[in-house]
Design a protein around this ligand. Structure first.
Ligand SMILES: *[C@@H]1O[C@H](CO)[C@@H](O)[C@H](O)[C@H]1NC(C)=O
Ligand SMILES: *[C@@H]1O[C@H](CO)[C@@H](O)[C@H](O)[C@H]1NC(C)=O
Ligand SMILES: CC(=O)N[C@H]1CO[C@H](CO)[C@@H](O)[C@@H]1O
Length: 431
């Protein structure tokens, strides 16, 4: 599966009305009636506000009769379609969390193939009990996920199954009117408790707008890939995980996330976190982007300027980062090209030194892999082994133990000198 990419995240002022409290299991509850512990605000996610949001309007009256029809087990097909796109719902999946899908029948079959994994015990809750974080209302910053003890690198934080999957092309292929109709049906067919969680996100989207559901899907979803379609294109779907919206963006985050083969969203700590530190993820796919590019993307997604720690740092810090990124990109182009000449040990050392200085801790696996492979090209098997192991370790945090690159790096670490890459450049005379 390709890397997941968050499409959007609004952190508007309306966030202040969103209540996020820890439920008993330590999961993140997005919409609860009374969760104010900070004393700064009496939050409420009052019914009145929710009712003003016009979801029912979007759903035709037909759904009131449908909602009693779905069977408790298995998938329900209400025959609400537009072209190839239909709504499917399963209220039983993931032990009653439920899931709705807007996609083709063929894609539903692909989703069903991995659905047994949605009954595993480690999902839809905090990975640890009690959780090592709490949701806090920070003055002027809204709700934030904050560590309340030291959290070590590699600690697993949360895992959530998606509650809504929408084929990405849906928004291009289906007329706007019908989009709303299908989205409303998908929403209405979720279990009530899950609808509430989903609605929590409305407060960070365009509250009150009739496009609220579409906004949530476009702004707060992650991308997940179902594999290849018959036409040979990626089958990207927007995947909604309501509880994950409490992670804010940082250009240099401390939490890595990935979406696994069963479309479960998983978060792991990428560097040691101190008590009181905010937990963040990044919405930017390419870690080596320049500041200008990052700002452009963040603005596109959130509608406001990037205000993360790096974007708002002192100008000298920003300049140092920009220079480093430029050099990293230049070195990386050379290291990634297995035909390039003139690669030296000093270059490899320099590359990884800069990479670490740039605080790209959630994206270390690829960098370590490049370093391991290049050391081995030059015949430094001891270094190759060390960095292959580091890559496998980072890869498990960033993409799970079963990720292809983790397996590949474990193989290299086991026997660098028996690996195809050993002295490859030395032999070719491309030193
Ligand atoms: C609701 O159902 C009626 C009768 O089955 C149908 O004619 C109508 O088009 C449906 N409305 C929508 C919005 O699908
Ligand atoms: C951290 O916060 C959680 C609530 O999210 C709480 O259950 C836990 O006891 C707290 N841990 C510490 C060390 O305060
Ligand atoms: C396996 C598991 O923990 N499933 C949980 C998923 O979420 C629902 C509530 O939405 C829980 O009831 C399940 O136990």
């Amino acid at each position: 599966m390709t890397q997941a990419e968050i499409m959007f995240a609004v952190r508007a002022n309306v966030l202040a009305v969103l209540v996020a409290v820890q439920s008993l299991v330590g999961a993140v509850e997005l919409c609860s009636t009374d969760g104010s512990s900070s004393g700064q605000h009496a939050f409420s996610c009052s019914q009145g506000v929710i009712e003003n949001i016009d979801i029912t309007h979007q759903a035709s009256n037909n759904f009131t009769t449908l909602s009693s029809t779905p069977g408790l087990f298995g998938w329900y097909d209400p025959k609400i379609c537009s072209g190839d796109y239909c709504v499917f719902a399963n209220r039983d999946i993931a032990n009653g969390r439920g899931m709705s899908v807007i996609s083709t029948t063929h894609n539903l079959q692909k989703i069903r193939r991995t659905q047994n994994r949605l009954y595993e015990q480690d999902i839809n809750k905090s990975a640890q009990d009690p959780p090592p974080y709490e949701v806090k209302n920070l003055k002027g910053k809204g709700l934030r996920l904050v560590a309340n003890r030291t959290i070590k690198r590699g600690e697993h934080l949360m895992a959530w199954s998606p509650v809504l999957l929408v084929r990405k092309t849906f928004f291009d292929d289906v007329p706007a009117e019908e989009q709303n109709h299908l989205l409303a049906a998908a929403f209405k067919l979720l279990p009530e408790k899950t609808q509430k969680q989903f609605q929590g996100q409305l407060f960070v989207a365009n509250a009150g707008s009739s496009r609220a559901l579409k906004d949530i899907v476009l702004r707060h979803s992650f991308e997940t890939d179902l594999g290849w379609a018959a036409q040979g294109r990626d089958e990207y779907h927007y995947a909604s995980y309501p509880e994950v919206t409490v992670f804010h963006h940082d250009c240099r985050p401390n939490v890595a996330f990935y979406i696994d083969g069963a479309h479960i969203h998983r978060t792991n700590v990428a560097r040691k976190i101190q008590p009181g530190e905010e937990l963040t993820i990044t919405y930017i796919n390419n870690p080596l982007q320049s500041r200008r590019e990052r700002q452009k993307m963040v603005k596109k997604w959130t509608g406001s300027e990037c205000s993360c720690s790096l974007c708002s740092a002192h100008k000298d810090v920003i300049k140092a980062s920009e220079d480093r990124l430029k050099e990293i990109r230049r070195l990386q182009a050379k290291l990634a090209d297995h035909e390039s000449t003139g690669v030296t040990k000093a270059m490899i050392d320099r590359y990884i030194k800069l990479y670490k200085e740039e605080r790209l801790e959630t994206r270390l696996a690829d960098a370590y892999e490049l370093v391991a492979t290049n050391y081995n090209y030059l015949g430094f098997s001891k270094e190759a082994k060390k960095y292959a192991m580091l890559s496998a370790q980072a890869g498990a945090i960033e993409g799970g133990r079963e990720a292809n690159n983790v397996i590949a790096m474990n193989i290299l670490a086991k026997d660098p000198e028996g690996h195809y890459s050993y002295r490859m450049k030395a032999k070719k005379g491309t030193l």
